[in-house]
Design a protein around this ligand. Structure first.
Ligand SMILES: Nc1ncnc2c1ncn2[C@@H]1O[C@H](COP(=O)(O)OP(=O)(O)O)[C@@H](O)[C@H]1O
Ligand SMILES: [Mg+2]
Length: 344
């Protein structure tokens, strides 16, 4: 296999398990088109963790729901989503149903919404296991218990018979992860899966997800508004803005050589644990653009301290440097010393 550098290998290898190419999601809202995802491309391999980071509204959830095939009918999806070479967007609804859960599974922010409040948690894991294979009730029950042990639910035999409301938030998220693992997915998407938990529980759940990813050799996509969390757990990071990737690199490289002014603003916006999850945090002056009124220029230009007149006219290409670090910026940090000193 030809892989010039480790970074390039993880970012661009054609053999990667999941390959998303030029993904576009548009919602029809009245007479307007809402361009929620505007040409997103990435790849993740087995045993790797990709973090997708960005402010609220940047298209993180919509792009991951597209992978799962769970967007509403008002969404038009274009591009390619390939897992092991199979293009999920070309599947029929019933073929997609068979893939959902067994190819790609998802864990959401709120485990209470993912779980059925009127059903014992053990039975919910059994149901998830049975949905994906011809297993007997007995085998499914054994497997469900095994999964509850795997997600380190304390006292799994007793808790098998608990209802979701009888468990703590962290335990409920463990159960939701067990449900997601019921179909033996090869790709696990965790969308703000720890955002509603306290800091200690958040770290425990992230550690669990990382361990599961290693043990089961899954590709893990962690979606977060918290760049610090991404840094600690991801191999590679994509920063999204206005439905596009604006910077993409290995976690280490991103922090050492941040290029995109937007990423720098994210780095400087230290998340406040007391703030409600999903609240828009102040990254740079102004707001992200309205996705129904995107222009041909760089979407971040109106908020960017480094912007020059040409930024508003033409969007920069998603350029790649020699290390495989990609960024969409005409005036990247670290490359224009005279601008650096002017804005210091
Ligand atoms: N069902 C929908 N109909 C119309 N617009 C939507 C719908 N779902 C999401 N959007 C819009 O798509 C954009 C991206 O949303 P989302 O992916 O949820 O952002 P993030 O997860 O990054 O916070 C937002 O502008 C949001 O308002
Ligand atoms: Mg979201």
């Amino acid at each position: 296999m030809s892989s010039p550098t480790a970074v390039e290998h993880t970012l661009t290898d054609q053999n990667d398990l999941l390959q998303v190419t030029d993904l576009r999601v548009t919602f029809r809202r009245g007479t307007r088109d809402v361009h929620a995802v505007n040409g997103l491309s990435y790849a993740v391999d087995r045993g790797k963790t990709l973090a997708i980071i960005g402010e609220s509204g940047s298209g993180k959830s919509v792009s991951s729901r597209a992978l799962m095939g769970i967007l509403p009918d008002s969404a038009t999806i274009e591009g390619e989503i390939r897992v092991d070479g199979i293009d999920l967007l070309s599947l029929t609804d019933s073929q997609m149903r068979a893939h959902r859960g067994s190819t790609i599974a998802m864990v959401f922010q709120d485990p209470l919404r993912a779980l059925n409040p009127t059903m014992k948690v053990g039975a919910q894991v059994v149901e998830a296991v049975r949905a994906h294979g011809g297993v007997s009730r007995r085998e499914a029950k054994d497997r469900a218990l095994e999964l509850l042990r795997l997600v380190r639910l304390p006292e799994p035999v007793q808790r098998f018979h608990s209802y979701p409301h009888q468990l703590s938030g962290g335990m409920r998220q463990r159960v939701a992860i067990a449900v997601a693992l019921g179909g033996n997915p090869r790709v696990l998407v965790a969308d703000e899966a720890t955002s509603s938990l306290d800091v200690t529980t958040q770290a425990q759940i992230m550690d669990l997800l990382k361990d599961l990813q290693r043990e089961l050799n899954m590709a893990l996509i962690m979606i977060s508004h918290d760049l610090g969390l991404a840094a600690s757990y991801a191999d590679d990071v994509i920063v999204m803005y206005a439905g596009r990737a604006v910077e993409r690199a290995s976690a280490v490289d991103l922090f050492q050589n941040v290029r995109m002014p937007y990423t720098k603003a994210l780095l400087e916006a230290i998340p406040d644990p007391r703030r409600p999850p999903h609240a828009t945090f102040t990254v740079a002056p102004g707001q992200p653009p309205d996705p129904s009124q995107l222009t041909s220029g760089c979407a971040f230009a109106p908020r960017c301290a480094r912007a020059q007149p040409n930024c508003a006219e033409q969007a920069p290409p998603f350029a790649e440097d020699a290390d495989g670090h990609r960024y969409a910026c005409w005036y990247p940090l670290g490359y224009a010393p005279e601008l650096e000193t002017n804005n210091a």
